[in-house]
Ligand binder design. Structure first.
Ligand code: GLU
Ligand code: MG
Length: 456
């Protein structure tokens, strides 16, 4: 169930018009401006603010946007993309059910948006539409999708890590307490439930996990989590960075994606415990498309500072039970909560990914596995770092792309993913990624770290 309706009686949730609810809420509060937000192809959250005076109108009409914005590289330069008509307008169309107050930005609220054509038909470069379409393919065959993103982030003060606490260190809880409590409260005010928090392995590194939700909501919640974490940190004089590696020498920030398919019950649970055939085929599909998927899950130049063996980032092309260096980990379910906790964790993803593209692409790959009944082979039950290259090869463990350029090549070779992305999304995406690679090549390595630490 979408968490934004969780506190309403069932009949009210069914009948309330979310646009009316939004307008009433704004009327009764001190909100002056509502940010109409979307996520660009580089995972940057962008927006246009609408004042309360114009809100009812713009909820109806959408807000104008030059379509060329979705061709911006990380340097914010629009990239020339063949077949893409840059001198055009699209509309930023609010999904009022996503409305949230921004407690860290008094007087402001925000709403997530689809990018649509002027006639309101879906635009082929809208990331949220891409995920909706992937979800619809599963609806056709009777599956619901539950997902959660699990991002790590680094807290910095004056450019240096806030703490040098150890992983799960009691001291780390104290250092970050005021920030973490404010963040949890801000998310709760947006009806987003935090499940767990802990100080992570690297200096300044922390992790806050959210309750799983239906796929589109899970991606929306991830956007809020990133925006809120950065916003709340700012009010505490901190910078929160989700960059894969914000400073040289730090361990990486992951953004693992947890997925399960449901048909009333969890369709990933096997009859006698363990994984079902559905889950195995889903994993088979994700593994089959993993090289191409890497361009969407590890989509920045900085991603490849993290995606190296031994980092628990999932740099080995394989899956395995609780295998933390496998691209796909099968977490052991909690006893007594097997149905709720059986899922597949795609580990390699980081938070420079556009969550709609990342989850949508995982779902398309998994669906290919279901349709072709792809056998994922034997799970890897040992630490892949302890195996020789020959032994890894013998067990079918393959290396992942080692740079954004290699990953983009792999994506372009993956016909299924390219066709799922569709046009002009695939041309925009690959052109932007190649521009980011070129720009980074012209920079000093420290500047590339700093750029990503700032932008994400
Ligand atoms: N920091 C690791 C990563 O980059 C993950 C560690 C963990 O398993 O929580 O994905
Ligand atoms: Mg972690």
């Amino acid at each position: 169930m979408p968490t934004s309706t969780m506190n309403m009686p069932a009949h009210a949730a069914e009948t309330a018009d979310p646009a009316e609810t939004l307008l009433r809420t704004v009327e009764c509060t001190d909100v002056e401006i509502v940010r109409f937000l979307w996520v660009d192809h580089n995972g940057i959250i962008r927006g246009k603010g609408v004042s309360r005076a114009l809100l009812a109108d713009r909820l109806r009409t959408g807000v104008g946007l030059a379509s060329v914005r979705q061709s911006a590289s990380l340097s914010d330069r629009a990239q020339p993309v063949p077949g893409f008509r840059a001198m055009e307008e699209v509309r930023v169309a609010a999904d009022p059910s996503t409305f949230v107050p921004l407690p860290y930005a008094p007087g402001s609220a925000a709403v997530l948006c689809d990018l649509v054509n002027r006639d309101r038909s879906p635009w082929g470069a809208c990331p949220r539409t891409f995920l909706r379409e992937a979800v619809a393919r599963y609806t056709e065959i009777g599956f619901d999708i539950v997902a959660a993103f699990e991002p790590e982030f680094t807290l910095l003060r004056d450019g240096a890590p806030l703490d040098d606490s150890l992983m799960l260190d009691g001291e780390g809880f104290d250092v970050a307490n005021d920030f973490v409590v404010s963040l949890i409260r801000a998310l709760r005010a947006a009806d987003i439930t935090v499940e767990q928090y802990h100080p992570e392995a690297s200096p300044g590194q922390h992790e806050v996990t959210l309750r799983p939700a239906p796929a589109l909501r899970a991606a929306d919640h991830h956007v809020w989590q990133r925006a809120f974490t950065r916003g709340v940190a700012r009010t505490h004089g901190l910078r929160a960075s989700f960059a894969p590696v914000p400073l040289p020498g730090l361990r990486g920030n992951g953004n693992h994606v947890h997925v399960s398919l449901w048909q009333g019950d969890n369709a990933f649970c096997g009859p006698g415990g363990g994984l079902s055939e559905v889950a195995r085929h889903f994993i088979g599909g994700v593994l089959a498309h993993l090289p191409g998927l890497t361009a969407l899950l590890c989509p920045s130049v900085n991603s490849y500072e993290r995606l190296v063996p031994g980092n628990w980032a999932g740099a080995f092309g394989c899956y395995g039970p609780d295998n933390r260096d496998a691209a796909i980990r099968v977490p052991s379910p909690l006893r007594g909560a097997e149905t709720a906790t059986t899922n597949v964790e795609v580990k390699l993803c980081d938070a420079t990914a556009n969550p709609y593209l990342a989850l949508g692409a995982i779902l398309h790959a998994g669906l290919d596995g279901l349709e072709r009944e792809i056998d994922p082979g034997e799970p890897l039950a040992v630490d892949p770092n302890l195996l020789s290259a020959a032994e890894l090869g013998r067990r079918g463990v393959f290396p992942l792309p080692r740079s954004l350029a290699e990953a983009t090549d792999a994506l372009e070779r993956d016909e299924l993913l390219m066709s799922a992305l569709g046009s002009p999304r695939r041309e925009l995406y690959t052109t932007i990624k190649r521009a980011d690679v070129r720009d980074a090549e012209a920079m000093a390595r420290e500047d590339v770290f700093a750029l990503h630490a700032r932008r994400f």
